[in-house]
Design a protein around this ligand. Structure first.
Ligand code: ISL
Ligand code: CA
Length: 532
């Protein structure tokens, strides 16, 4: 029986930055709904929405203050319902980002917990008389002192994102109610934020330090024993509802850790940061990541394929600001085995933004980087550089719809700066250009729809010869050969005589004969019709 999600291409929408429908400078549901036809034509199958619940937005919604409503910046519950309806009418599924690990410090649960040591909700969060050495992932201690009750509470991220105590069955029950509510509202599943953080070490053992890097090794504040039991319970709960889907953000680049979390009875898939997070472009590393994942995963574990997100630099910028290479990476991501996640704007080649003024920075992680750098005695310039390094604003700028005012994102004043150069890279221009990045993504997504081997096929061959990456994927419907020349040199290639060109970044037909030349930086997708 075919599952829907392992044949889907997802598209991540960063809520505040996709499309503003009411002119207040912040993206919203009215805006997203108005762009569903664009997404349908692009050819994606599912949308991942970043958090849209009421929030003080210290971390842009990853600090939820109310799990049952829509943040007024994004619209009303009616706007949300209309959006879900309109998406479903177009055959597009929607998954909601859900933060189970922590709540906003303004959530009523925390206000109650904080009110007194003997409050029944005290134990919903993690309170201790003394802090240990655990550091927050945004920098500084992970413990915040509360003078009124003379104890410290734990926060893996900002101090306004307070970690829930999942060892308390009431917390679990409360969160199951939340999941039930949204599933019944019609979401098709969840993207579960930092899901491997739900359990911390029972005795709060100090984390060791990495000697070379002077960095803390987060040994005891995530991936703890017992976490899989919690995840099994979550998965069992959600999968009671037919066809609902779970993708987990397991905050780790280690395959040995990632692979524990997905498969039957667990999360359907997890983000493969072992592939997605590579920093500088390195085709050998990238290819190795793919092969190692293939080897480590069991037959019923499916990888994810992504190279950008709201937490990282856009891959086109990270990988050398080269459009040809970006097309090759897109071809890799949309033809290799796994579930792809396209980050909004990557389909037009949007670039990173780096601010020249700290006043313009929005991201809590960047701002914390700035503060800590100043504290350690660095100059303003050095601190700004450190802040830009940490800042996730890079990839959070408004979607570039056209070259009109505010790139067509908003008629008001955008909440975050529109980068220089943004007007030159936009949907409207690319829609009418057959050689554009956008047209290439559309062709790739169309091909995936036409050839099931590109969605479900197993690898028959998987190779990398000094930057010439090739793989063959097959299923009952046939055999597709993908050849990606990541080098600046043309290369010779032997093919079957009956091979048919489905797509290339450099040509529309094949030269005759069994030997082909693949051009420098060319991506080719070929079909071999017979003889499986
Ligand atoms: O812990 C990490 C690596 O081991 C981090 O990469 C971590 O997984 C990541 O920062 C978690 O991100 C998610 O949760 C954060 C939020 O700020 C991010 O936007 C979100 O994607 C806290 O909710
Ligand atoms: Ca708005």
């Amino acid at each position: 029986m075919g599952k829907w999600w392992n044949q889907s291409v997802f598209y991540e929408i960063y809520m505040p930055s996709f499309k503003d429908g009411n002119g207040d400078g912040i993206g919203d549901f009215a805006g997203v709904t108005s762009k569903l036809d664009y997404l349908k034509k692009l050819g994606i199958d599912g949308i991942w929405l970043t958090p849209f619940y009421p929030s003080p937005k210290v971390d842009n919604g990853y600090d939820i203050a109310d799990y049952y409503h829509i943040d007024s910046d994004y619209g009303t519950m009616k706007d949300f319902e209309l959006f879900i309806d309109e998406a479903h009418q177009r055959g597009i599924r929607v998954i909601a980002d859900l933060v189970l690990n922590h709540t906003s410090s303004e959530h009523p649960w925390f206000l109650e917990s904080k009110s007194a040591k003997d409050h029944p909700k005290r134990d919903w969060y993690i309170w201790r008389d003394e802090p240990n050495n655990w550091e927050s992932f945004f920098g500084g201690s992970a413990w915040e002192y509360d003078a009124a009750t003379n104890q410290y509470y734990y926060h893996a991220f900002a101090k306004e994102q307070v970690d829930l105590n999942w060892a308390n069955p009431e917390v679990k029950a409360a969160m199951f109610d939340v999941m039930k509510f949204w599933l019944e509202k019609g979401v098709d599943g969840f993207r579960l934020d930092v899901i491997n953080f739900l359990k911390v070490n029972d005795v709060f053992q100090n984390n060791p330090y990495d000697v070379d890097k002077k960095e803390q090794n987060h040994l005891y504040d995530k991936d703890q024993e017992g976490i899989l039991t919690i995840i099994e319970e979550i998965a069992a709960f959600v999968h009671q509802y037919p066809d609902k889907f779970l993708v987990g953000e397991v905050g780790s680049e280690e395959l040995e850790i990632l692979k524990r979390y997905s498969g039957p009875g667990l999360l359907d898939i997890v983000f493969n940061f072992n592939i997605g997070s590579i920093g500088e472009f390195d085709i050998d590393r990238l290819f190795r990541g793919l092969v190692e994942t293939e080897q480590a995963y069991s037959r019923d574990q499916i990888p994810t394929l992504f190279f950008s997100s709201h937490d990282m630099s856009r891959f086109i910028s990270r990988f050398g600001d080269d459009e040809e290479r970006a097309k090759l990476v897109a071809a890799f991501m949309l033809t290799a085995k796994g579930v792809p996640f396209i980050y909004y704007g990557d389909e037009i080649g949007m670039r990173d933004w780096v601010t020249d003024k700290i006043e313009k920075m929005k991201d809590v992680q960047g701002l914390m980087g700035y503060k800590l750098a100043l504290h350690s005695g660095q100059s303003h310039e050095q601190a700004l550089a450190a802040a830009n390094e940490k800042s996730r604003d890079k990839s959070r700028t408004p979607m570039q719809w056209n070259s009109d005012m505010n790139v067509g994102f908003s008629e008001g004043n955008p909440w975050i700066t529109i980068p220089e150069g943004a007007y030159d890279v936009n949907v409207a221009d690319q829609q009418s250009d057959p050689d554009s990045m956008l047209s290439f993504y559309k062709s790739l997504l169309k091909l995936r729809k036409e050839h099931s081997a590109l969605r479900l096929g197993e690898y028959q061959i998987l190779g990398n010869e000094a930057g010439l990456v090739y793989f063959v994927r097959t299923d009952d419907s046939g055999k597709i050969r993908i050849v990606l020349n990541f080098t600046d040199k043309p290369r010779r290639l032997e093919v079957r005589s009956d091979v048919k060109l489905l797509l290339s970044t450099k040509r529309t037909s094949l030269e005759s004969g069994r030997m082909l030349t693949i051009l420098a930086n060319e991506a080719m997708i070929l079909k071999e019709d017979t003889g499986i």
